[in-house]
Ligand binder design. Structure first.
Ligand SMILES: NC(=O)C1=CN([C@@H]2O[C@H](COP(=O)(O)OP(=O)(O)OC[C@H]3O[C@@H](n4cnc5c(N)ncnc54)[C@H](O)[C@@H]3O)[C@@H](O)[C@H]2O)C=CC1
Ligand SMILES: O=C(O)[C@@H]1CCC=N1
Length: 274
């Protein structure tokens, strides 16, 4: 991955909370110089404050034309946060937002119609380099801009390009929020193990390793998840007994997850209107 354009012209990170920190950590590990980075955050973590010693600029005046400005504040904070970036809306600096809901159009209104804008949706496994981010750019984003955005996000996991911004609500509901569904699966699988008589710590260890192992196998295997499921399921065995419950048409996993994903996508659409 080449970060030369970013190292030469600088990167501004607006909001360095959970997602901002996860991405920054990945960029620094991939060779981004700390002194090319300006972080704007009214409540910086100890970790970010520590990076000042390595040359990172924290809450300092913005560089004039950084290569890219990453927007990683909550959607509800946009109104307060974006005016600080208006000076960068000169058509040279690429803006890349990871905020749920907020549309490219809303950023163009706030930052200027000529601004090159990428909207992206990463997820928290970025903190361990195993995220996935979907991206889409506006008409002012050229190939080199998009490659720069993808290079930055691929420092923390996989990337996919969307065909249309409309798909972003579904992406947010599947992979943006998705880690929370999986963490809840771990919690509830462990609790069910405790209910079956296992010690709590052991149940949690079993549940975490099972989800991590199944995820790794699903990524690595040639077979699709359907075949991998069939491979676990002996005729008339234990898995078949469980799947009979989980695959129930009315109150099983498919109906439940469909309702959950629909609720998340609907909320993403609402956030875009707030
Ligand atoms: N947490 C997640 O799983 C994901 C979050 N996102 C999006 O990422 C964005 C950030 O989310 P998190 O990192 O989870 O939130 P967070 O609350 O951990 O971080 C937000 C940061 O913004 C800072 N901030 C608040 N007002 C500011 C201002 N006016 N100027 C500069 N910084 C300001 C806060 O001090 C905080 O450090 C949100 O828009 C969210 O929709 C996207 C994908 C996944
Ligand atoms: O819950 C949220 O709104 C954010 C967006 C995707 C994950 N977290």
């Amino acid at each position: 991955m080449t970060l030369s354009r970013v190292n030469e012209n600088g990167l501004v990170l607006l909001g360095c909370g959970k997602m901002g920190s996860a991405m920054l950590q990945g960029w620094l590990a991939q060779g981004l110089n700390a002194n090319s980075v300006t972080v704007i955050d009214p409540h910086p973590s100890q970790w970010v404050q520590g990076l000042v010693q390595q040359g990172l600029h924290l809450n300092e005046p913005l560089p004039t034309t950084p290569a890219i400005c990453i927007i990683a504040v909550k959607p509800q904070m946009m109104g307060d946060a974006l005016p600080a970036l208006r000076a960068l809306g000169n058509g040279t600096t690429v803006f890349l937002s990871i905020a749920a809901g907020t549309s490219i159009g809303a950023f163009a209104d706030a930052l200027g119609d000529q601004s090159p804008i990428i909207r992206a949706m990463p997820n928290t496994p970025a903190a361990v380099g195993q995220g996935i981010t979907a991206l889409i750019g506006n008409a002012h984003i050229n190939d080199a801009d998009m490659q720069m955005g993808e290079a930055l996000l691929s420092a923390v996991g996989q990337t996919v390009r969307l065909a249309s911004e409309d798909q972003m609500d579904a992406v947010t509901a599947v992979s943006g929020s998705g880690p929370a569904y999986v963490f809840h699966l771990i919690e509830t699988l462990a609790a069910a193990g405790v209910a079956q008589g296992l010690p709590k710590d052991m149940a949690l260890q079993l549940a975490k390793a099972t989800v991590a192992g199944a995820g790794a196998l699903a990524q690595a295997a040639d077979e699709d998840p359907t075949q991998l499921r069939i491979n676990v399921t002996s005729p008339n065995g234990t898995t078949a007994a469980a799947l009979e419950v989980l695959m129930n048409e009315t109150d099983g996993f498919p109906a439940l997850l469909n309702r959950a994903v629909t609720a998340a996508a609907d909320r993403s659409r609402e956030l875009g209107k707030e």
